[in-house]
Design a protein around this ligand. Structure first.
Ligand code: PEP
Length: 253
């Protein structure tokens, strides 16, 4: 059975102390509530990763992710962090291909394929982000565009390696805008992504890969989105910064 997952992407938010407070609030909330979530992933800035990973050991459902990694393990790349370094502090996951990195850091499909490879080589699970702009959707090309992102950056992987991939569908027009995809739009795309995985890897991988929705998912709309048959959870930005909202989303299955 594929996992139900809620991941919180803190982006470039929270001082170190604020991040630890938020983590402790989430841990307390999880201990004192019922939920059906298989994994909760905190995608913190690099700064917080080691301490948050230590704290997350207290709660079986919790994991940590970096928001990016470099294409190499080490070297003269000032200001960069590698997958090798990320796993050394206890993180288990990494986001690859978030639209903000594609946009502001010119990350393209072939570069992302390299990041996927180095992350997997360092035993990190990859949360691979994909999604179309509004122009592409309005032109009716959104499904072909997302399929191409997936094929270019992931389809060189073996079936075995693909077991360590989670997909996050995040329409760019919905990220941080308050515009959420409708449950029908989310389901349509998640169904198509699963069909794409089926064409590349067969039914088992297609059925076992978790596909998360991201884009203004919040405490009010998470239940409706998560009720769709091909939506296995969410990648949450803004609403992951407040423990109460994030906990409500975790309880939305
Ligand atoms: C994100 O950054 O991955 C995201 C989904 O952001 P938000 O929830 O704020 O739209």
């Amino acid at each position: 059975m594929r996992k139900k997952i809620v991941a919180g992407n803190w982006k470039m938010n929270k001082t170190f102390a604020e991040g630890i407070t938020l983590t402790n609030e989430i841990i307390d909330g999880l201990k004192n509530s019922q939920h059906q979530c298989d994994q909760v992933i905190l995608c913190t800035p690099f700064l917080h990763l080691q301490k948050v990973s230590e704290l997350c050991n207290e709660e079986y459902v919790l994991h940590t992710a970096a928001q990016n990694c470099h294409t190499e393990n080490s070297g003269a790349y000032t200001g960069e962090i590698s997958a090798f370094m990320i796993q050394s502090v206890g993180a288990t996951h990494v986001l690859v291909g978030h639209s903000e990195r594609r946009m502001y850091n010119a990350e393209n499909n072939s570069m992302l394929a390299k990041k996927v490879d180095i992350a997997l080589a360092n035993q990190l699970t990859v949360v691979f982000c994909c999604g179309e702009s509004l122009e592409i959707r309005n032109a009716g090309n959104h499904i072909a565009f997302v399929n191409e992102q997936i094929e270019s950056s992931l389809f060189h992987l073996s079936k075995e390696a693909f077991k360590n991939i989670v997909i996050a569908y995040e329409p760019i027009w919905a990220i941080g805008t308050g515009l959420t995809a409708s449950k029908e739009q989310a389901q349509e795309m998640h169904f198509q992504i699963r069909a794409k995985l089926n064409s590349g890897y067969g039914e088992e991988i297609a059925n076992e890969t978790s596909i998360l929705y991201g884009g203004s998912c919040n405490a009010q709309n998470a239940k409706e989105l998560f009720s769709q048959p091909d939506v296995d959870g969410g990648l949450i930005g803004g609403a992951s910064l407040k423990a109460a909202d994030f906990l409500t989303i975790i309880q939305s299955f």
